[in-house]
Write a protein that binds this ligand. Structure first.
Ligand SMILES: Cc1cc2nc3c(=O)[nH]c(=O)nc-3n(C[C@H](O)[C@H](O)[C@H](O)COP(=O)(O)OP(=O)(O)OC[C@H]3O[C@@H](n4cnc5c(N)ncnc54)[C@H](O)[C@@H]3O)c2cc1C
Length: 419
């Protein structure tokens, strides 16, 4: 008779690896299928290759970083497998970590591979059978068993955990296969959208600006209805537009506004901590005693050198102007530009460049305490395939690890009366 496994996990990313390990540690017979030739490719590129594994804040604070319905859904999983549990698991397997600004937790080695290796070791030590180079093509369920098909095998299992991730960074293996299977099982897919993605602008920023960061500014996204999103932090000019933490954080909201047919323009406030009047007083004070300085030299102390000419031209001031020649009206225009400098209209927000995919399997169709489908017994979903997209800061990996842990535990429990 053909072997029937307890659990087949599809996808060897953060969610799939922890699910496989957790199920096997509860004595389930587990097979993990990964389409790539190695495990955890997205972990390897996370945090610029350093992997911001989780966030060091308490779980309640972590939950508050997600949208309300995401947070409600994640509550059980986050309290069942916390950031502390994740870190102690990693510490036990030789991955020391430290906390950086905003609570971001990284391996001391700054090497994401250490995290993947730790999970590979955990899986092997609990007897998970790992098959890389195994792209799943089809899943079906007949009576009590799932049939999972790869190009070379037809496998049977009592339960299946789908952890195939989102639809961005397709080159890492996340080509959205899981969405099609779960649709087939009757699930709703909330429309997929980019999140934590760069913004492509028109006009395209001058090539001269590429790689230039604007530090500690406020980035505003403005539509005809006013400000639709804003974020304090750094902005980075790229080949096509802007990236950096602030651009990534506003991308999801901006995309939704653009979907409604509205245009969105991006503006930078170089002095977020000062009101207009305070900035005016500061400029007047800074100008006095420097009246022979050229306007461009003067502005260069506030904005990155490469964009000084642009800022001055936006204020309609001749770049050869000396400060003693600066009229009150010109100063007012300059203040206006420093508080709200137009840097371009959003032309596109590419889904493939999003660090996460917003949208996915509708949360109300999944049991948040088990990660089991409410429609198909024995079918579990975890990680980014779900309709969850958190902010930058280690929240998305924690969501993948926590939901994966719960899925693995409950897939194992489902068929084991001894637990
Ligand atoms: C550039 C970048 C940087 C990021 N940095 C961070 C960070 O520092 N901190 C953070 O918290 N989050 C970060 N994220 C987000 C985070 O990496 C993801 O949210 C998380 O990895 C999702 O885990 P997952 O297991 O659900 O999916 P994934 O890690 O994407 O894993 C899914 C796996 O399923 C496999 N698969 C897909 N289809 C099939 C199939 N048909 N058969 C077999 N296998 C299949 C894929 O090959 C893949 O290995 C980053 C994302 C990107 C793109």
């Amino acid at each position: 008779m053909k072997r029937i496994r307890d659990v087949i996990v599809i996808g060897g990313g953060a969610a799939g690896m922890i699910a496989a390990w957790r199920a096997a540690s509860l004595n389930a017979d587990v097979l993990l299928l990964e389409k790539n030739k190695k495990l955890g490719i997205k972990i390897l590129i996370s945090g610029g290759g350093k992997c911001n594994i989780t966030n060091g804040s308490d779980m309640q604070t972590m939950l508050q970083q997600f949208e309300k319905q995401e947070s409600r859904f994640l509550k059980f999983a986050f309290h069942t497998f916390t950031n502390t549990q994740l870190l102690s698991l990693l510490h036990h397997h030789g991955v020391e970590t430290y906390v950086r600004e905003n609570g971001k937790v990284f391996p001391v080695s700054h090497n994401a591979k250490d995290v993947v290796d730790a999970f590979a070791t955990l899986m092997v030590s609990t007897g998970v059978e790992i098959q890389c180079n195994s792209p799943v093509k089809k899943i079906s369920k007949e009576q009590n068993y799932f049939t999972v098909e790869t190009p070379t095998q037809t496998l049977l299992s009592q339960s299946v955990i789908i952890a195939t991730g989102g639809l961005s960074y397709k080159k890492t293996g996340t080509t959205g296969d899981g969405y099609e299977w779960v649709k087939h099982f009757g699930h709703t897919i909330v429309p997929l959208r980019p999140a934590l993605a760069p913004l492509y602008l028109t006009p395209v920023p001058s090539p001269h600006w590429q790689g230039t960061p604007i530090r500690d500014c406020t980035l505003y996204a403005v539509s005809k209805d006013g400000i639709v999103a804003q974020w304090n932090g750094d902005v980075l000019f790229t080949h096509f537009g802007i990236s950096g933490p602030s651009a990534l954080e506003v991308s999801k909201k901006v995309f939704i506004v653009m979907e409604s047919g509205q245009q969105v323009s991006m503006h930078v406030d170089f002095f977020p901590e000062l009101q207009h009047e305070q900035l005016e007083r500061k400029l007047i004070s800074d100008i006095s005693g420097n009246t022979n300085k050229q306007i461009t030299t003067f502005i260069g102390q506030y904005v990155p050198e490469r964009i000084v000419e642009y800022v001055v031209s936006q204020a309609q001031i001749d770049s050869n102007t000396k400060l003693h020649q600066l009229k009150k009206e010109a100063r007012k225009r300059l203040i206006h530009v420093l508080k709200s400098c137009f840097i371009g209209k959003v032309r596109d927000i590419p889904l493939d460049r999003g660090e996460v995919t917003a949208g996915g399997v509708a949360l109300h169709e999944i049991n948040p305490t088990t990660m089991e489908s409410k429609l198909v017994k024995g079918l579990f979903l975890c990680g980014e395939i779900l309709d969850i997209a958190g902010p930058v800061g280690g929240y998305n990996l924690q969501a993948a690890f926590s939901t994966g842990y719960v899925a693995g535990e409950n897939a194992a429990k489902l068929f084991s009366s001894s637990l």
